[in-house]
Structures are given as structure tokens and as C-alpha cells.
Design a binder for this molecule. Structure first.
Ligand code: PEP
Ligand code: MG
Length: 894
């Protein structure tokens, strides 16, 4: 046997000493398959040393004996009149320069066609001849091209074109050709023999006379082509392997499956098989589980081995011919859910194929977004108007009112928050640009018409964990949009359903969502494993409700890092009580309103601290400027008038309300009367909140619940502010009552033992960062509010940035979005403040609670800068935890 020809099979692997380059890409793949010891079809490779200058006469004998060897394994015979083995010829280059077709069905000649047709039927046999012709014509076409034989080339190209039309093949791909086969099998106008007659003239003489001659002639033609083709460069091998057919008599089928469910990750084969069919196109298959016990067991075993070897879900194509299973192909799966990957990894760890570190390292943190968000309850959208289709840009489910511009969306969002209404919005636009990032960031999803997976909207949506659907049918005209016959207007609710796998839907109205099941998805186990690698660093959550706190806790949160108390006042039933307090004309009236608010706040704090029992809960005292609470339109004004009438029996006029709004107006509220500055002017507001915190804490204590409040003061610019609010001050007859005094008074009145609590501050202003050494004297913790710290460091308003961000991006004046990735100067301030703070107070606890906390790159910085925790939204907690675990693993590895 020529030592440049290599045989492979289930039990014969081409030895390592043969350089794998010599086999070409496809040859290498075949040999790797052989290494697995699976029931693969045998074959042989003429390597790159011999394929290009092939002298067919010299290898004739070898080829014959190797064909016999293959035939022995598959139970047929090459050239046999009754049961002919057919082969494919694969041109296997290392660098794919020319798009060579795969050549199928060699061995179909006048002597074998009857026998073949007896197994597969006449029509199918005729088609297989056409495919053989088509492949071979491609070779002839290339030869004529290389010969510069324009006339012959034109003729062959014309023949190929009409052949493709007849076969229903569009485009150059040969893969496509085989896929289209089944569809057209029924419309064969001529017999196989007629086709052989018709096309023989394009091929070397005797091409259809015998199977043996056919293959040798083919190899000669290919070798002739190689020799003429400069691009070939002696870099191409040839592989010859038998073919099997899922329609080859009874007990035959073909199919395709994933080693497990690519959506749920269930450890069960997912796929279909097609009995008596060559392939699946146009045929309705049966679930792979029904393929029969014997074969199912074999396939399950194969799936397990593949998963263990590749440590990922694999896709497998197989054919069963006359009850014998052959694996045709196995490959990577491009589209699979995060859940399926996580469940696979957990199984692999359980089977001891990988260790826990491998599990943790294998999932990119932001991928967790996919399993952290709810999906649509199919029952809830029954009967809804809908549209089906589009390209999934970022999978998930989104509900919201639609807005067609970033401006209108941001405005509507702001208003809805202020009114305590449902603030979910969806951006709908033909395409999105840099200035739309802000809208996507605050929306639940984005629906666009242009592009696809890599469209701007899709990329941004994935980055922010939002849903994105690209629907080319989308038309927008003014304040109306349509998707085919489904029309909707600005402000209407729609629901986007973009499943990971399968078709996307757009529904009118709001669907019911099914919350993700973190246990079922494997997320909880995954988090538990991740946490074992985390040493000191914590991940807390930003939560304003007991529900959010409980959710975050279930996701592994180590406490609450930020409870924004103003959000509680924006609720519909509370906002007018707050306004009542703002409108009161004397301290007594104001106190009455505050007493009502205190009860509400106590309930909130009670719920959150109870949910987080045993863990710190950082409660930030009121931060928003007061004008944000006042009515914004006639409806709200009317609501307030009615409230005042009902609760206080006071008739208040529109003009009076307008005057109060005017009085609270500020030119630059972001730098105005907000945060601790409000408490300096209106100590009773903070006093109410502080009392509510301690009342809740003492109540919990009396119930045996370990409440651990941390009281946080926002927008501190110097130590004196914090000192005043924490410890109070007596000056010229004015007595400012501090947090410690309020707690002491309450404790004494309750005759209770002290609850543990601490006082700290947000660091949100450069002045505070620079003055951290002094500030740390009065606070036991710092929490970096990087939203404000970014805007005050860069001097860029976080709400107005998007207006000019595109221009900045255009001229490369800024890299990325500093409100999502920490700016280097902001980082410097954080590091410096931490250092200065700890010089004063070595055990100063430092955390970060701005929106940056969920971004894995920022998490790494926080760890390096010596912070103790990051705090982020509940749904981001697992992402941050994973980022921390991966950083720890990297550190340990280094
Ligand atoms: C911050 O400024 O980063 C912060 C957490 O506070 P807010 O976003 O509420 O201003
Ligand atoms: Mg802030």
C-alpha cells in the first residue's frame, strides 16, 4: 500500500506520525471522529503528498483494495449490481481557496443503477444521478475555466444553471444541494438511465459504463484540475468514503439530534429522525426518543461520550441503514441557551469530568442575563393580536409602552416613575444610533427594522440585558407603526417574546410573565459553586422593597447595599401624603403628615430588614430634590386637590399648588437642594426616616429577628455635614437632633437593649472623595455613588449625556459610556478616598452602589482597589458574583 494513502474506520485511526496537515481540514475531522471509536463510516485519504500529482494507474490497486475493505464494513460492494456501495469524494484542502463541491454518489453507473433503485425507488435513484452529475459538472466547469476555454465553460455553466433550477438549488453551496433533495424527489421527469445518456457527453468517455471506471476517471479529472490550479499549491488531500441512505430499504432512517435539550438543558436527546427518508427537508420527523430502544441507547451513549470529551453540547447526524447505525457527523452547537450550558456543566461536575473551577470559568458573566429574566406565559397571550417572525437580537421577554424616539421614551419613563405608574417602555425605531443607548438602557426591550443580530440595537440590548427583536416588516409613520396587518400607536402596550430558540412574537397588550425558576435552571447550584471561590468580597443588592430584597437574597446577595427611600414615596397612595407635608404651612401640620409617612416607611424597612435578617441593610436617607415630588400636570394637580380636601378638609387652589411648585424650582437641581442639604433645612424629614428605621429594627429585635441597619447620608460634601446629621449640634439656641440622639431616645422609651447599627455616607462628590480622611471620622462606611460621582467628576449630567455623546464618539473624544464603565479619573477618586478613609479608620467598610456595580470590568476594579463589596440590582447579583468568583480564580491561578 502506498504510504501516502491512509485508511480510517471505527477501529483504525490514522497514526499521529502522519502530520495532520497532510489530511486537509475535512480529512482531519474524519480522523478525529475515528479517534472516538464511534460507529463511523470507514474511508481513506489520499494525502497532500499524493493527491495533487495523482497518477491514477499507480494507485488503482490500492484503491480497489481499500474500497473492498470499506465494503466489508458497510456490508455492500462497490460496483455490485444488486447491492452497490456508493462513495463520496471529498476535496479536503487546508486553506479553502476554491469552493470545491462535495461529490456524491460515485458508483452509480449503468451496471449498478437498477440494483440501487431496487432499494431506494426509481425517482430517488434518478435524483442521485442528477446530483452525481451536478458535482462532476462543477469539476468540469472549473477545468474549463482553468483552461480558458470560454465556449465550453459557457455551455457547462448553462447546463449547471438549468440543473440547479430543476433541482431547486439556489446559490453555490453543495450542502444546500443535498438538503433540497428530498423536496424535489417526486418531480423527476426522466429515468436515471436517460440522465446518464443525456449528460455523459460532458464527462470522460465511459464515465457511466462501470462503477470502477467512473471513480478512476473522476480521480484523474480532479488531479488534472489540481495540476492546473495555482491556488491548489499541493495543499489538498482527497477523501473517499462510502455513503449510506436512510431510505435504503426497511429498517432505515436518518436523523439529527443534540446531546441534550439546547433550551432547557434537560439531559435527554433532542431531535428528530425520518424513517425511509434520505434527509429531513420537507419531511415530518418523529421524536428521537421513538427511534427504538436499541438505537436510542447507542445514541445516548454516544451523546454522553461526546459531552464528556468536548465538555459542551454537541450536535450529531446519523443514518441507520438496514438496522445498522452510522454516525455521519458531529459538531459544535451555535445556538444554545445559557441554561443548557449551565446544566451541562453541573452534570459534568457531578460526573467528575470537570472540577468546580472549570464550571465557574466557563460561563461569561453577562450570559446569565438570559436566565435571570422572566418568560411569557403562553396562556396569557391567547387571542392577542400578534405578528410572528424577525431576527432575535437579544433573547427574552419584554412588556412596555412603545415610544418611537429616545426623547419621547425618556420623557414618558420619567413621568411614569414620578407618578408611581408602570414605567416599562419599549423603544421602537427603524434603527438605533448612539444617542438611543440611553433609551435602550432604561427600556425593557427594543424593536427595530434594520440589521440583525449585530445591529446596533441588538448589540446594545445584549450589553444591557435587554430584549431586542429586529423585524424587517416594521413600518413607522409619525406616531403609528405596523407589522404587517398588526398596527399600534405610540403609548400602546406591546409584548415582545424573543425566545432563545424558535420564532419570535410581537403581541398587542401586556402578557403575564413567568418568573425564571433559578432552581430549575441550575442557577442556584451554579451560584453556590461560584460563591465557594469568593473569599472576602461581597455582592449586595440595591433594593427598595421586601420583594426585591428577597429575590436578591435568593440570588446570593450578601445584604442590601442601597435602599433608595425616595422611591417609596413615589407610590400612588403615598405621593399625595408627601405633597401634603411639602404644602404644610406650619411645623405642626408638617409633623402630622410626617407621622403618616413614618408608619409607611416603618413597614417598608421592617419588610426589607426581615427579608435580609442577619445581613446588613444600608438605608439611604432622602436624596431627591423636593420639586420632583410635586405635581407635573393637571391630572396630578387635581389628584392633590382632592386628597387635600378628603384628608385635611382643606380647599387648596391650583394657583397655590403652582406657587409651591414655583417656590421649589431650581436652576440646576442635580447640584441643588438635595440629599443631606434637605436635611439641613428640614431636619424633621430625616428625623422621620431615622425613627422609622429604628422602630422597625426594634420591632424586629423583639421578634427575635437580627436586623442590621446601616444609615447612609447622601451627597455629603464635607465632614461637618455628616457630623451634624449623625451627632447633632447645638448652636445659638438651635438644636439639631442627630441620628444617635434619635436612636437613644427611642431605645429609652422602649427600654430596649441597643440594636447594632452604623452610620455612613455616600461618596458622590469629588470634594467628598478628597476629604475622605476627615469624613471617615464620622462614618463607619463609605458607599461610592458612582452615578453622581461620574457626573460630578466629569461635569457631565447623566441625564443629558446622550444628547452629545454621538458627536463625542464620532471624534473619538470618549471611550465607551462612562455611566456604564467607570472612567479612569473616577476610579482614581475611589481608590484615593478608600485609602484616605482607611488611614483615619482602618476598618472602614467601602462599597460601590452606582449602576456600575453590575459590570464585570468594574467589579474587578473594586476588588483591586480594596473595596469590600459592590451593590447592584437583584437581577445583576449573580452576574457580579460570577465576576468576583472568576477574578478570584484568576488571582489564585496567577
Ligand atoms: C449614585 O449616585 O451612584 C447613586 C447610587 O445614587 P442615585 O443613583 O440614586 O443618585
Ligand atoms: Mg447619587
Amino acid at each position: 500500500m502506498d504510504n501516502r494513502i491512509h485508511f480510517f474506520s471505527q477501529i483504525d485511526v490514522i497514526p499521529k506520525k502522519i502530520e495532520s496537515e497532510k489530511l486537509g481540514i475535512r480529512g482531519r475531522q474524519a480522523n478525529e471522529f475515528a479517534e472516538l471509536g464511534f460507529p463511523i463510516l470507514p474511508g481513506f485519504i489520499l494525502d497532500t503528498d499524493i493527491a495533487s500529482g495523482l497518477k491514477v494507474a499507480e494507485v488503482k490497486k490500492d484503491i480497489k483494495s481499500l474500497l473492498d475493505k470499506c465494503a466489508g464494513i458497510v456490508g455492500k460492494k462497490y460496483g455490485d449490481a444488486e447491492n452497490p456501495m456508493l462513495v463520496k469524494v471529498v476535496i479536503s484542502s487546508n486553506l479553502v481557496v476554491t469552493n470545491y463541491p462535495t461529490l456524491h454518489n460515485f458508483g452509480l453507473a449503468k451496471t449498478t443503477i437498477k440494483g440501487f433503485a431496487n432499494w431506494v425507488g426509481k425517482d430517488f435513484a434518478a435524483h442521485e444521478v442528477l446530483f452525481l452529475v451536478r458535482g462532476m459538472l462543477k469539476i468540469e466547469e472549473r477545468i474549463k475555466e482553468l483552461e480558458d476555454n470560454t465556449k465550453a465553460l459557457e455551455e457547462i455553466t448553462g447546463v449547471l444553471r438549468s440543473l440547479d433550477d430543476a433541482l431547486g438549488i439556489h446559490g453555490p453551496s453543495n450542502e444546500l444541494a443535498s438538503e433540497k433533495k428530498a423536496k424535489v424527489v417526486k418531480v423527476v421527469p426522466k429515468s436515471a438511465e436517460d440522465y446518464m445518456e443525456d449528460y455523459a457527453k460532458y464527462f470522460p468517455k465511459g464515465f457511466f459504463d462501470s462503477a470502477e471506471e467512473q471513480l478512476l476517471l473522476t480521480l484523474s479529472e480532479i488531479s488534472r484540475m489540481f495540476q492546473m490550479d495555482d491556488q491548489n499549491d499541493n495543499d489538498t488531500a482527497l477523501m473517499i468514503a462510502p455513503m449510506v441512505y436512510g431510505n435504503y430499504g426497511k429498517d432505515s432512517c436518518s436523523g439529527d439530534f443534540f446531546s441534550r435539550n439546547v433550551v432547557t438543558g434537560d439531559n435527554k436527546l433532542q431531535g428528530k429522525f425520518f424513517r425511509g427518508k434520505f434527509n429531513e427537508i420537507g419531511a415530518s420527523g418523529q421524536d428521537i426518543s421513538k427511534v427504538g430502544d436499541k438505537h436510542l441507547k447507542e445514541l445516548q451513549k454516544i451523546a454522553r461520550i461526546l459531552e464528556d470529551k468536548f465538555k459542551e453540547i454537541r450536535q450529531v447526524r446519523f443514518t441507520i441503514e438496514k438496522d445498522k447505525l452510522w454516525l455521519i457527523e458531529q459538531r459544535q452547537v451555535a445556538q444554545k441557551s445559557t441554561q443548557s450550558d449551565i446544566r451541562l456543566l453541573l452534570d459534568l461536575a457531578k460526573r467528575k469530568v470537570v472540577n468546580n473551577a472549570y464550571v465557574v470559568k466557563s460561563i461569561e458573566p453577562l450570559r446569565l442575563n438570559e436566565i435571570l429574566h422572566p418568560i411569557i406565559d403562553p396562556d396569557s397571550v391567547k387571542g392577542f393580536k400578534s405578528w410572528k417572525g424577525g431576527i432575535a437580537g437579544a433573547p427574552g421577554a419584554a412588556i412596555g409602552r412603545v415610544y418611537f424616539t429616545t426623547d419621547s421614551l425618556l420623557e414618558a419613563k420619567k413621568l411614569a416613575i414620578q407618578k408611581g405608574e408602570d414605567s416599562r417602555c419599549i423603544l421602537v425605531a427603524e434603527s438605533s444610533f448612539a444617542e438611543d443607548v440611553k433609551a435602550i438602557e432604561v427600556s425593557t426591550g427594543v424593536l427595530t427594522a434594520e440589521g440583525g443580530y449585530s445591529a446596533h440595537a441588538s448589540v446594545v440590548a445584549r450589553q444591557y440585558g435587554k430584549v431586542s427583536l429586529v423585524a424587517p416588516d416594521l413600518k413607522i409613520k409619525g406616531k403609528k407603526a405596523s407589522l404587517g396587518s398588526f398596527a399600534f400607536s405610540e403609548g400602546d402596550y406591546i409584548t415582545l417574546q424573543v425566545p432563545f430558540y424558535g420564532e419570535s412574537m410581537v403581541y398587542s397588550g401586556t402578557a403575564t410573565l413567568i418568573e425564571p425558576d433559578p432552581e430549575e435552571s441550575g442557577l442556584l447550584d451554579f451560584i453556590a459553586i461560584s460563591k465557594t471561590f469568593i473569599k472576602k468580597f461581597n455582592v449586595r443588592c440595591n433594593a427598595d422593597t421586601p420583594r426585591d430584597a428577597a429575590l436578591a437574597l435568593s440570588f446570593g446577595a450578601d445584604g442590601v447595599g442601597l435602599c433608595r427611600t425616595e422611591h417609596m414615596f413615589f407610590k400612588a397612595e403615598r405621593i399625595n401624603v408627601f405633597r401634603e407635608m411639602l404644602l404644610s404651612t406650619n411645623p405642626k401640620e408638617r409633623q402630622k403628615a410626617l407621622d403618616k409617612l413614618q408608619v409607611m416607611q416603618r413597614e417598608d424597612f421592617y419588610g426589607i430588614m426581615k427579608a435580609m435578617a442577619g445581613k446588613e441593610v444600608t438605608i439611604r436617607l432622602l436624596d431627591s430634590p423636593l420639586h420632583e415630588f410635586m405635581p407635573h400636570n393637571d391630572d396630578e394637580t387635581a389628584g392633590l386637590i382632592a386628597h387635600m380636601q378628603k384628608s385635611k378638609k382643606v380647599k387648596i387652589s391650583k394657583a397655590e399648588i403652582a406657587a409651591s411648585v414655583e417656590a421649589l424650582h431650581e436652576f440646576n437641581p442635580m447640584l441643588g437642594h438635595r440629599g443631606c442639604r434637605i436635611a439641613v433645612s428640614y431636619p424633621e424629614i430625616y428625623a422621620m426616616q431615622i425613627r422609622a428605621i429604628f422602630e422597625a429594627a426594634y420591632k424586629l429585635r423583639s421578634e427575635g429577628v437580627d436586623a442590621q441597619p446601616e444609615i447612609m447620608v447622601p451627597i455629603v460634601m464635607n465632614a461637618s455635614e455628616l457630623k451634624l446629621i449623625a451627632y447633632g449640634k447645638k448652636i445659638e439656641g438651635n438644636n439639631y437632633v442627630g441620628i444617635v440622639d434619635i436612636e437613644e431616645e427611642l431605645r429609652k422609651s422602649k427600654k430596649a437593649k441597643p440594636v447594632e447599627y452604623s452610620i455612613g455616607t455616600m461618596i458622590e462628590l469629588p470634594a467628598a472623595a478628597l476629604g475622605a480622611g476627615e469624613i471617615a471620622k464620622y462614618g463607619r462606611f463609605f458607599s461610592f455613588g458612582t452615578n453622581d460621582l461620574t457626573q460630578t467628576t466629569l461635569g457631565i449630567s447623566r441625564d443629558d449625556f446622550t444628547a452629545f455623546m454621538p458627536d463625542y464618539t464620532l471624534f473619538d473624544l470618549i471611550v465607551g459610556n462612562p455611566f456604564s464603565t467607570l472612567d479612569s479619573r473616577v476610579k482614581e477618586l475611589i481608590a484615593l478616598a478608600t485609602e484616605r478613609g482607611r488611614l483615619t479608620r482602618p476598618d472602614l467598610v467601602c462599597g460601590l452602589c452606582g449602576e456600575h456595580g453590575a459590570n464585570p470590568a468594574n467589579v474587578r476594579f473594586c476588588m483591586e482597589a480594596g473595596l469590600n463589596y459592590v451593590s447592584c440590582s437583584p437581577y445583576s447579583v449573580p452576574i457580579a458574583l460570577l465576576a468576583v468568583a472568576q477574578a478570584e480564580l484568576e488571582k489564585a491561578g496567577a
